[in-house]
Design a protein around this ligand. Structure first.
Ligand code: ADP
Length: 484
């Protein structure tokens, strides 16, 4: 699938350190999850390279923060335009290594690029303030400054957007970055880095360290324990987030964490049912169920339960599953064998505990799993407590609004949540009662660059995107001016 790129020079297999492509003695394989085909052998960097990248980023920092916001924004806007100009190639690279259908990959390129545009614009709106003095001889000023060298460790489910969402605000604020992309999807990261180079990003401002699963742990240790790295942003599992947070404690490093979710999707009796089904499909099956905001648990009120299950199953059964490059495919492969195993375990566990398989429930072949709907789900099932991260929709029944809120909040996670209702009072009550960082009301799609994305409870720390997204990358400094 990659020999048809318009610009084959976007395919890089070495890391980017200090503006140079850096090979490593060891290499690791990147495979197409749809076919298992070898796509590339990528440089496998470790602790030593991580030190080099940090030194490079630190050396590049004074000049980068010394530029005006407008100057930084100009380079970022060029980068943004290059992502758009190369969207077809970027999408192909992404579908090849990640598996999502080509149209979705293209959508992610646009979405990923939008963070660069947004934060290029926001860079000019980092404001300080003056504070009313309480001493006539003094004046109080508050200024904002870039925090310094930032590290980003990113997952495979959004190979471009999870990088730009962290890197764009950091660069906009005047920070330099070291990125460690997921081992399954380094090619997208490297292509985006190549475009940053072409946009005129100075050497050392943006570094990408590629590493396999084992070396990622070593690289992670260096990034977390470094005195020079002032901030770590991570998107991935809650387990790894905890490890990284612990590793960052000794240097009291600032952290942004986007971790796991267990998103509830509530459909009340008064909902527009067709719209709810449409939202459920978008929320559940996008990226084959492998997004941290995918609905994990569906709660349907008694009065519409059967109709909701029936309509959802009908739509799910009609989805075309296959290689993301094939026309009409809307559900691609899962990322790896462990992902398949988890889905199979969740379905088997639910069925053993009394769930009714309405559609799906089978492995098609390789990493392709049927879109699945389970009715009569209960709280005892694993799928109610753990994120399935696959194309499985368990539907639970509830009677009252209070019950729905209680069930929805009964989790240690708090990233995204969704509900459907046409009752304006209920919309306010439920919207305020859900203990989540994000609530989709009468929609299954909530993410966009202009708004704050993030979770409460064990789903994370900080917000990405929106006007808030740059806050983690600037320090507040107080200047006290005496002797007036
Ligand atoms: P996922 O469930 O998305 O695979 P992970 O949390 O395992 O999420 O991985 C997300 C990112 O974290 C990847 O880039 C991976 O290489 C990296 N990672 C995993 N474990 C560690 C670790 N112990 N230290 C540093 N990075 C890690």
């Amino acid at each position: 699938p990659l020999n048809t790129l318009r610009d084959p020079s976007l395919l890089k297999s070495d890391a980017l350190i200090n503006g140079e492509w850096a090979p490593a003695p060891g290499r690791f394989a990147v495979n197409d999850p749809a076919t298992g085909a070898l796509l590339a052998e990528v440089a496998n960097h470790g602790a030593e390279s991580a030190h080099h990248a940090i030194v490079a980023a630190n050396r590049a920092w004074p000049a980068w923060k010394g530029k005006t916001a407008k100057e930084r924004a100009a380079i970022m806007m060029k980068w943004f335009q290059l992502l758009h100009a190369n969207a077809d190639d970027l999408a192909r690279i992404m579908t090849a290594e990640q598996g999502k259908p080509l149209a979705e990959a293209k959508g992610e390129v646009t979405y990923g690029a939008s963070f660069i545009e947004w934060f290029a614009e926001e860079s000019k709106r980092v404001y300080g303030e003056t504070v009313q003095t309480t001493d006539g001889n003094k004046r109080y000023l508050v200024i904002k400054q870039p925090v310094g060298v930032c590290a980003a460790i990113t997952p495979w489910n959004f190979p471009i957007a999870m990088i730009t969402r962290k890197v764009a605000p950091a660069l906009a604020a005047g920070c330099t970055v070291v990125i460690k992309p997921a081992e399954a999807t380094p090619l997208s990261a490297l292509a985006v880095a190549e475009l940053a180079q072409r946009a005129g990003m100075p050497a050392g401002v943006l570094n990408v360290l590629t590493a396999d699963a084992e070396q990622s742990i070593e690289v992670g240790k260096v990034l977390c324990s470094s005195d020079v790295v002032r901030h770590l942003s991570f998107t991935g599992s809650t387990e790894v987030g905890r490890i990284l947070a612990a590793q960052c404690a000794p240097t009291v490093k600032a952290l942004s964490l986007e971790l796991g979710g267990n998103a509830p999707f509530i459909v009340f009796d008064d909902a527009d049912l067709d719209s709810a089904v449409e939202g459920a499909m978008a929320s559940k099956y996008r990226n084959a169920g492998q997004t941290c905001v995918c609905a994990n648990r569906f709660y349907a009120q008694d009065g519409i339960y059967d109709r909701f299950v029936e309509k959802l199953a009908e739509k799910a059964a009609a989805m075309k599953v296959g290689n993301g490059f094939e026309a009409g495919v809307v559900l691609g492969p899962l990322i790896d064998d462990a992902a398949i195993a988890k889905v199979q375990e969740h379905v088997a566990d639910a069925v053993a505990k009394g769930a009714r398989l309405v559609t799906g429930g089978e492995l098609i072949e390789g990493r392709f799993y049927q879109p699945t709907v389970l009715a009569d789900a209960t709280a005892e099932m694993r799928c109610s407590r753990e994120e399935t991260f696959g194309p499985v929709a368990p539907v639970f029944r509830f009677q009252t609004e209070a019950e729905a809120i209680e069930l929805a909040n009964a989790t240690e996670f708090g990233l995204a949540s969704y509900f459907y209702s046409r009752d304006v009072g209920r919309i306010f009550r439920v919207g305020e009662a859900l203990e989540y960082g994000m609530v989709g009301i009468n929609t299954g799609l909530i993410s966009t660059a202009e708004v704050p994305f993030g979770g409460v409870k064990q789903s994370g720390l900080g917000r990405e995107g929106g006007r808030q997204g740059i806050e983690d990358y600037v320090e507040t400094k107080y200047l006290c001016l005496g002797d007036i």
